[in-house]
Write a protein that binds this ligand. Structure first.
Ligand code: 0GZ
Length: 311
């Protein structure tokens, strides 16, 4: 089977782009102990079926393939985030965590009726957070009251909440997000429209959200998703996605202790290209321009959040 096929009788969403096979070895020298703090596993569908309520059907992307990429890129650890194509069935995630030998932590999706026993099992496997998704093309909206109940259940475990939303929805969600008492991690900088001014009101609201809420962190990830003018991380490009750089650099410099970075492998739902993950790693020094900022972004911050107990 080719790397990107989907097993178990599932048919990929038409136009699906498979993850990039044989990525370049990055030029960027990763600091020791670096964490890829946002990546996913898909299936394999034959073993871990995709959820009936999913909005897309991906190619398979297994834990072993993820760990091979980790080694190739020079990361030591992963934070694996439950992908929406698996709904609240966390079995593929938990299996990947078990296979990682302690080198991965997880962020799960749970429903309001999740039990203490189920949460304890997830914790034992290495889960340290739950993900709330507000991107309409990915999930049906869950009422914020239900999410509030979930927060009450996970807070005693010391978990945090990962939120995924688009910039235009922040004004409506601002108060709900600001009321979450645990740590909060925003996926992909709240998806700014990078054709707008980084000093303008839209990104300004996101920066204000981070300033006003010291418990809020963000992943400065996914330039390949946010970029409009590129250039793309392909064919040896060493300065990819320059249109996203001013946004990410701004966040890294103002909040150096509350930023994380991840590959987002296997890059669900990209429409126009699939990046070479080696060249995507070479984007990092454009946004974290000193070894001190790189150390915090890639090592110190993710370890504080996901391995606070130390090694
Ligand atoms: O923008 C996306 O399509 C996307 C989807 C998912 C997911 O399906 O979980 O996760 C991401 O981080 C990004």
């Amino acid at each position: 089977m080719a790397h990107g096929d989907t097993s178990g009788g599932f048919e990929k969403t038409p136009g699906w782009l498979d993850w990039y096979d044989g990525p370049a070895t990055p030029h960027f020298r990763m600091p020791a102990g670096a964490v890829d703090a946002h990546c996913h596993v898909f299936g394999p569908g034959a073993q871990f079926p995709y959820a009936p309520e999913r909005k897309y059907t991906p190619c398979d992307a297994s834990a072993d393939q993820l760990f091979a990429l980790r080694d190739q890129l020079g990361f030591e650890r992963n934070v694996i985030v439950q992908a929406t194509c698996h709904g609240a069935d966390n079995r593929a995630l938990v299996d990947a965590l078990h296979r990682s030998g302690g080198r991965a932590r997880g962020v799960a999706t749970v429903r309001r009726d999740v039990t203490e026993e189920q949460l304890a099992e997830l914790h034992e496997a290495g889960v340290r957070g739950v993900r709330f998704n507000f991107v309409k093309r990915l999930v049906d909206r869950v009422p914020t009251e239900s999410l509030g109940e979930i927060v009450e259940k996970i807070a005693p475990l010391g978990w945090h909440v990962v939120i995924y939303f688009e910039a235009e929805d922040l004004p409506d969600l601002y108060d709900f997000f600001s009321g979450i008492p645990t740590d909060v991690v925003v996926d992909h900088m709240g998806r700014p429209d990078v054709t707008k001014d980084p000093d303008g009101p839209e990104f300004g609201l996101f920066l204000r959200f981070m300033r006003e809420n010291p418990n809020v962190w963000t992943k400065v990830s996914c330039p390949e998703r946010l970029s409009v003018t590129g250039p793309r991380a392909l064919d040896g490009e060493q300065h990819a996605y320059t249109d996203v750089v001013p946004f990410a650099r701004r966040v890294v410099e103002e909040f150096p202790d509350r930023v994380l970075w991840g590959t987002d492998w296997p890059h669900p739902n990209l429409k126009d290209h699939m990046p070479d993950d080696g060249l995507l790693v070479d984007y990092i020094p454009q946004i974290a321009t000193s070894s001190d900022l790189q150390q915090r972004l890639l090592v110190d911050n993710p370890r504080r959040l996901y391995w606070p107990e130390g090694d």
